[in-house]
Design a protein around this ligand. Structure first.
Ligand SMILES: [Zn+2]
Length: 98
């Protein structure tokens, strides 16, 4: 069960990374978040999303085809260590579960 703030954070990060410009479906998310009174924390970034937020984000991105179907999130950090991210550095930790 995800808490509301996690869901909103995940949608915000999703829209930030994947919107195709003003008028795109993803861009409309910003308007909806704004109406809900959502203001992202200045500390929110791709690298420091919590595991819960990242799981929602990953699900959104995979469902919409913006991350590949074979994307395999690591249980420790939520990143796919084999995936080449365009907009972020992968988390580096020694205990990869793959
Ligand atoms: Zn990991």
């Amino acid at each position: 069960m995800f808490i509301r703030m996690n869901i909103l954070d995940a949608y915000y990060m999703f829209a930030s990374h994947f919107h195709g410009g003003q008028g795109s479906k993803e861009y409309l998310i910003f308007g909806r978040l704004d109406k809900l009174g959502y203001k992202p924390s200045p500390l929110l970034s791709f690298e420091n999303m919590s595991l819960d937020v990242r799981e929602i984000y990953n699900n959104l991105a995979i469902k919409t085809g913006l991350l590949p179907d074979d994307y395999e999130p690591c249980a420790t950090c939520g990143f796919d260590h084999d995936y080449e991210y365009e907009h972020a550095q992968k988390v580096d930790h020694p205990d990869y579960d793959d």
